[in-house]
Design a protein around this ligand. Structure first.
Ligand SMILES: [Zn+2]
Length: 296
């Protein structure tokens, strides 16, 4: 037997091994017990879409200071300005000519740099003491085709820990999402809706967490966390008038989430960002160049 000779729960039974694509299941053969342990197979689990972004990791040959890009992101994601309006803003306020096409391209082009920055800043973040992580999927359309944006949020800090953009809505997608979020630890509880695709991934990736299944996100404990994200996301999404390709959508969402975690002040967090509440510390250069901590 693979590693689990006798059952730790009853002490009598022997574990039977069943092999599945993303996990192995070991079940106690004592009928009175039938205790199960789920062990993930990390190498078989697909990467979440947020881990697939790749590209340049520096701003070399960038004509504009980083300050401009961050300002554009704030206008775009926080104030809901169109890229044409942002181009106009730069022209009026800084006497700088930059086309709306260029501004639009920034999100896609610089997404890998912002993701890298996010990963660097979050290296020491440990959310194992978290009470609850909430997860949900929302529908978005790419070229008219239905896709799902899966996301997982720490309830206390409101940090979006991971996202996964996928054309399917299956357990394999939840496996990818949970596996990428598991680098932040294992919370007391995972809160999901009653969609069965969450059951095995939760047991496998977060074996020590309680799985809380709520019937609806409309009137329960999850209300604030999920709805705050969904409202903010949909407010921006409805102005987008559609996405064209998977890769650019994935890059835009990555930028949206960087903005949500690090730059956007949240009313429910006394106008701090989730990253600040999570205790991520910035050095002076980061504060100045990335406009982090500007609200405190
Ligand atoms: Zn047993």
């Amino acid at each position: 037997m693979l590693g689990y000779p006798s059952c730790p729960l009853c002490g009598n039974g022997t574990f039977l091994h069943h092999d599945y694509k993303f996990y192995s299941q070991f079940t106690c053969n004592s009928k009175k017990c039938s205790h199960s342990i789920f062990v993930p197979k990390p190498s078989s689990i697909d990467k979440a879409s947020c881990e697939l972004l790749s590209g340049k990791l520096d701003f070399k040959r960038m004509r504009f200071p980083l300050f401009f890009i961050i300002t554009a992101l704030n206008l775009y994601f926080l104030n809901g300005a169109s890229t044409r309006r942002i181009a106009q803003f730069f022209n009026i306020n800084f006497n700088v000519k930059v086309s709306h096409v260029t501004i639009h391209s920034w999100c896609k082009k610089f997404a890998p740099i912002f993701l890298h920055k996010s990963n660097m800043l979050s290296t020491d973040l440990n959310l194992s003491d978290s009470d609850e992580w909430h997860t949900d999927e929302t529908v978005i359309f790419i070229n008219g085709k239905k896709h799902y944006l899966w996301f997982i949020i720490d309830s206390e800090t409101r940090m979006v820990l991971s996202f996964n953009l996928s054309p399917s809505r299956e357990a394999s997608d939840a496996f990818s999402l949970f596996h990428s979020a598991s680098k932040f630890g294992c919370p007391s509880s995972i809160v999901t809706d009653r969609f069965p695709a969450y059951n095995i991934p939760t047991k496998t990736i977060f074996p020590n967490s309680k799985h809380i299944k709520v019937s609806s996100f409309n009137d329960d404990i999850s209300n604030n966390v999920i709805e705050a994200f969904n409202d903010t996301f949909k407010d921006w999404y409805k102005r987008k008038r559609g996405f064209k390709s998977f890769d650019s959508t994935n890059a835009f969402i990555s930028m949206f989430i960087f903005h949500y975690n690090f730059l956007r002040p949240h009313y429910s967090l006394n106008n701090l960002s989730p990253a600040e509440v999570a205790g991520i510390s910035y050095n002076d250069v980061d504060k100045r160049n990335w406009l982090l901590s500007v609200f405190v």
